[in-house]
Design a protein around this ligand. Structure first.
Ligand code: 13P
Ligand code: SF4
Length: 305
């Protein structure tokens, strides 16, 4: 790591009164220079309460948009303008409107991995950390449309015992992990605990011991007596997991579980983003106000675990 660049980042951060937020899937070096690392829920909470003037969001676009929606007076920048989330782009606002026309009485819950336009047309937003609690808080006699992740949706169906109207979206990184990967890893590490993210396929989730968001994985290993963990999510989570449990061994279920968009952030781009306040993330006010309503509910509902 180039120390000169790191020093320049620290100086500019102070000068601009900026805060650097990074998702748990960001490259290790980016996580290490960030002021706060976390899962989507934790980062949204941080973004809504920071007193900084500038938020440098090291993650993907929907996360930076969420920060802007919750903190409109702050300048929100993304070091790489093309860091998107393919899952978020799997449903458009028009497609969601079509679904709402088909089920006019249903409530709409969207996963935070969605565009601002989709959030604006939803009643509630959730992350993988609080999706179950959020759906459980909704009236039982109401139908619920859940978009865009079918796999998180099926996890919520199983945990709440409710039928949801699902959309066939998915995370390309998580579906790379196959049931054979889990079986193979278990054979080599028979006493390991298998942790899987709810975005994984149903077959993988069935083979896992626990289903957790990235933030919940960090809490789980802290309190667990186990010393070996098979990790079925994006592999960079192993960096913060090792910090929490330096004595434990973390085995990636699949080394192919890499999110290419999360890897677009580099220290050079973080420095450039602070120098030139690029690339600024904006959300049209009409969309922002509508999306804010669904997001506010999300940051209020904290997960049980
Ligand atoms: P969490 O960090 O909220 O578990 O989300 C995973 C993810 O895929 C973010 O894009
Ligand atoms: Fe999107 Fe999957 Fe990457 Fe998360 S890991 S940002 S859901 S593509």
């Amino acid at each position: 790591m180039n120390q000169r660049i790191l020093n320049e980042i620290q100086d500019l951060k102070a000068k601009r009164n900026a805060v650097i937020l990074a998702h748990n899937y960001q490259p290790a070096g980016i996580q290490d220079l960030a002021d706060f690392c976390g899962d989507s829920l934790g980062l949204s909470v941080q973004a809504s309460k920071t007193t900084a003037d500038v938020i440098v969001f090291c993650g993907v676009r929907f996360m930076a948009e969420t920060a802007k929606i919750l903190s409109p007076d702050k300048t929100v920048v993304m070091p790489d303008r093309w860091a998107g989330c393919p899952m978020a782009d799997m449903i458009t606002a028009e497609q969601l409107c079509g679904l709402k026309q088909k089920y006019p009485d249903a409530l709409v819950v969207c996963y935070v991995n969605s565009t601002a336009e989709v959030k604006a047309r939803s009643d509630y937003c959730c992350t993988s950390a609080n999706a179950v609690e959020l759906v459980n808080s909704l009236p039982r006699d109401k139908q619920i449309i859940f978009v865009p992740d079918q796999h998180l949706g099926k996890f919520v169906e199983e945990r709440t015992g409710r039928d949801l109207i699902l959309w066939p979206g998915y995370c390309p990184t998580h579906v790379f992990i196959g049931e054979d990967d889990i079986r193979r890893a278990r054979q080599v590490h028979p006493s390991a605990v298998v942790m899987a993210h709810p975005e994984c396929s149903e077959l993988v989730k069935r083979l896992a011991d626990v289903l957790l968001s990235t933030g919940q994985m960090l809490k789980f290993v802290k309190d667990s007596p186990a010393t070996e963990f098979i990790v079925a999510t994006e592999i960079e989570i192993i960096h913060p997991l090792k910090k929490v449990r330096p004595d434990a061994e973390f085995i990636p279920a699949s080394t192919r579980a890499v999110c290419p968009n999360m890897k677009k952030t580099t220290v050079e781009k973080v420095l450039a983003s602070l120098e030139s306040l690029q690339y600024e993330v904006t959300v049209p006010e009409e969309i922002r106000l509508k999306a804010k309503k669904s997001l506010e509910r999300m940051v209020e509902i904290l997960p049980e675990k």
